[in-house]
Design a protein around this ligand. Structure first.
Ligand code: ADP
Ligand code: MG
Length: 276
């Protein structure tokens, strides 16, 4: 057996095991233990994540909110193995991502995880279908088959009629739909989205969120999305609040935070009134 065959056999076993444990309903898909990430540049160190313990069950749609710089993107990058933690561990379907080979990580990123970014990062000169097919082409799937799969995903996101349009000619909302099709074309279990509606106006943000929610349900995904939009966050199963690299209490704290903000604002207004 060649080395490559061995790697493939190991990977096949690993995903088979992950898949079986998911189908048999063991709840947790993603877990982090003591996740820390420190960025160093020159003499300064920035602690982006300061020890995050997180558990997300399969089928959950979880929102991560928090001020800019609180570590949302860093957390999503670590969950998707796009970056490695300074310390702590990410578990996916019970498997630690620590110490696994670069080849296995690449396989994990391509098969198990789909990413949607704030900016769509499409190739503007390629068609919507070619863009959506890109992850399959990168895996060596034949062009015809890849484009076929891309087409059916474009249909699912309501863009069948735009498949042959160049991505650069599409509207912001349409581009984000293509990006969603591209994220899902490999059939991932986990969808990670970093402010996916951040560049869109309110109407388009709503439509894109609804689309993600519909796909989340129909494809039995587990979805984790960072957002600034508290209205959208509230429509997820659960909201986690990140503050300076640490998770705050969760959805209760979101409501508390809002009412605290309201109380503070009305307090200030009252004080102002009294001062005349
Ligand atoms: P958010 O997505 O919530 O806005 P980020 O995860 O992007 O927050 O950033 C968290 C902190 O880590 C910020 O202080 C940011 O400046 C810092 N940071 C993020 N990425 C890097 C990097 N590659 N190098 C240095 N500092 C970084
Ligand atoms: Mg961010």
């Amino acid at each position: 057996m060649k080395a490559q065959d061995t790697t493939e056999a190991v990977l096949a076993d690993r995903w088979q095991a992950a898949q079986t444990s998911l189908e048999s309903g063991s709840g947790e898909l993603v877990k982090t233990v003591g996740l820390r990430k420190v960025f160093s540049s020159g003499n300064t160190q920035v602690t982006a994540l300061a020890g995050v313990n997180l558990s997300v069950a399969r089928g959950e749609m979880v929102a991560i909110v928090g001020p800019s710089g609180s570590g949302k993107s860093t957390l999503l990058h670590l969950l998707g193995a796009l970056d490695t933690p300074t310390s702590g561990t990410v578990y996916f379907a019970g498997n630690s991502l620590e110490g696994i080979s670069e080849a296995e990580l690449a396989e994990f990123r391509s098969r198990a995880v789909g990413f949607v970014w704030q900016r769509h990062h499409l190739l503007p000169d390629f068609t919507a279908a070619e863009n959506a097919a890109m992850p399959l082409l990168a895996r060596g799937v034949a062009l015809r088959e890849a484009l076929g799969a891309a087409h059916s995903w474009l249909e699912e996101v309501g863009l069948a009629g735009r498949a042959q349009h160049r991505a650069g000619e599409l509207s912001g909302g349409e581009q984000q739909r293509v990006a969603i099709a591209r994220a899902l074309v490999n059939g991932p279990l986990l969808l990670l989205a970093d402010e996916p509606t951040g560049d869109l106006d309110e109407g388009n943000a709503d439509t894109i969120f609804e689309l993600m929610q519909r796909l989340h349900r129909s494809h039995r995904l587990t979805s984790i999305l960072a957002t600034h939009n508290l209205q959208l966050a509230r429509r997820c199963n659960r909201t986690l609040v990140l503050e300076r690299g640490l998770l705050a209490l969760g959805e209760e704290s979101l409501a508390e935070r809002e009412s605290a903000t309201t109380r503070a604002a009305s307090g200030r207004a009252k004080a102002q009134e009294e001062r005349g």
